[in-house]
Design a binder for this molecule. Structure first.
Ligand code: AMP
Length: 164
């Protein structure tokens, strides 16, 4: 239920498209259950733009928590916490609101679809910590182990449902 797209969005990148999995009722339910089972102790789920929003909301409903959208740069009104970081392809910025939601003392699991170089999860972790939260771990559907993202994110623990 995963589509592999060679040379997207850049030459040399093997893009893993989880659209068929997420569009399948049983697939979405199984993935939400498995991710929720790993997010032990979370009182808030942080889903990373954009597929992490879908998964994060599903996990949060399973756990009975709320969900926080970690947005790509430029989408949120000020004030924001911002992190710019290296992607497998290019650079990117993530943001969370610096106002309107107090993260002090919150215990968070980060949810995303794919762990590649780890820069995205590491940036989300920094953002949430700068907001005052305790980040317990990150859970992803798919980990591209050859890219070493787990080491980049360490010591934050990462749970992946599948590895390639
Ligand atoms: P990274 O920061 O390198 O771990 O990249 C993770 C983020 O980029 C995730 O939000 C993924 O959705 C996306 N991503 C990076 N590489 C791939 C890939 N090869 N296939 C699918 N998504 C990817």
């Amino acid at each position: 239920m995963m589509r592999e797209v060679p040379d997207f969005p850049e030459p040399g990148i093997q893009f893993k498209d989880l659209t068929p999995l997420l569009a399948d009722a049983g697939g979405l339910s199984a993935v939400a259950d498995a991710l929720a089972a790993t997010a032990d102790g979370a009182d808030l789920i942080a889903g990373i733009d954009a597929r992490g929003f879908l998964l994060g909301a599903a996990v949060a409903i399973r756990l009975g928590t709320g969900v926080l959208a970690v947005r790509k740069g430029g989408k949120l009104p000020p004030p924001v916490h911002t992190e710019t970081y290296q992607l497998e392809y290019g650079t990117a910025t993530l943001e969370i609101p610096a106002d309107g939601l107090d993260l002090t003392g919150r215990t968070i699991w980060i949810i995303d679809d794919v762990l590649a170089t780890g820069g995205t999860v590491a940036a989300a972790n920094k953002l949430l910590i700068s907001g005052g939260a305790t980040v317990l771990g990150a859970a992803v559907v798919l980990e591209l182990t050859a890219l070493g993202g787990r080491e980049v994110v360490a010591p934050l623990p990462v749970t992946s449902l599948h590895t390639v």
